[in-house]
Write a protein that binds this ligand. Structure first.
Ligand code: SF4
Length: 304
């Protein structure tokens, strides 16, 4: 046991705005409704980037499948998650008599449509579509599919060499990226593009970061300032989980990333008077409440 222990009356607070965004709430509600009625449902990819929530739904009959299995399926229902899919997925479903239950988040759906329209428009002027996002991420694959996979994916400034600065360009962002990082990338692109009025003709930028994500960053920073220790709960593969955890670290050095209660160490709470618990848009509230209970028990044991 540590000589420095959690304080028995340690205050524990869960951030109000943390937890599922409306796109995730929506797709999980769709899945649960079908599972309740039919007891089984295929889902193309993890329904949410949180293994604990995926496990909970698997127990209710959700079967997570990959593309290989999807390509072999016939005459069944398959759920599309909030990240969305490229047009090819809809074609395969049509050919194989698969009923797609479309859980694509309305925000992503709108972005897919805008990117596709812009792609068609830019074709006439030999332009380029750029997506700032994580290569291989489900949403980015879906967005790129709406440009016949011609979109240039930019993950970091090193990728900017893929851009042809003599051609028009329109840049969008994956919905869950950091606004600050997106603005920095745009700043870098502006540097390499022609200056003056030509640049306004050639270069167009759309802020397509979801407000559910961008609004959380300042709130989470404020929350983290008000607590001695921060426990950030998220699946390790969650994009916005990584970004929001970065925001926690910016203002509170005692911020710890956990995916489950078994990763918590009591040494983190030495002399702490208050602990804040927060999470990503893919973190279930019940998991943050579970973590809160674990910390409460830890504090009680160490002070008994
Ligand atoms: S983060 Fe925004 S775009 Fe992504 S699923 Fe949630 S609400 Fe939709």
């Amino acid at each position: 046991m540590n000589d420095k222990q959690p304080i028995s009356n340690m205050k524990i607070e869960i951030e109000q705005d943390s937890g599922f965004c409306f796109g995730v709430v929506r797709v999980i509600e769709i899945a649960e409704k079908i599972l309740k009625k039919e007891g089984r449902l295929f889902c193309l990819g993890d329904i949410v980037h949180n293994s604990r929530e995926v496990e909970r739904l698997k127990k209710k009959g959700l079967r997570v499948i990959g593309y290989q299995e999807f390509n072999r399926l016939k005459d069944c229902k398959v759920l599309i998650r909030a990240h969305g899919e490229p047009p090819g997925t809809y074609l395969i479903a049509k050919e194989n008599n698969i009923e797609l239950i479309d859980g694509t988040c309305p925000v992503v759906l709108k972005l897919q449509q805008r990117i596709q329209e812009k792609y068609e428009e830019l074709k006439t002027v030999n332009g380029q579509i750029v997506v700032y996002g994580k290569k291989g991420h489900a949403e980015v694959r879906g967005l790129s599919g709406h440009t016949d996979n011609k979109a240039i994916i930019i993950e970091s400034p090193e990728d900017l060499q893929k851009i042809d600065t003599s051609r028009p360009l329109h840049i969008f962002s994956q919905t869950t990226k950091s606004l600050e990082d997106y603005q920095n990338i745009i700043g870098e692109i502006k540097k390499i593009y022609k200056s003056g009025s030509d640049r306004d003709i050639y270069l167009h930028c759309t802020n397509s970061i979801c407000a559910q994500v961008s609004r959380r960053a300042p709130k989470i920073r404020e929350f983290c300032k008000n607590h001695d220790v921060i426990i950030f709960v998220s699946g390790k593969r969650s994009s916005n989980g990584k970004i929001l955890f970065g925001e926690c670290r910016k203002v509170n050095g005692k911020s710890y990333f956990v995916s489950g209660g078994d990763e918590i160490k009591d040494s983190w709470f030495a002399d702490a008077k208050s602990v804040g618990i927060c999470g990503a848009t893919s973190t279930p509230k019940w998991l943050m409440e579970e973590i809160s209970e674990i910390i409460k028990k830890l504090s009680a044991i160490n002070n008994s």
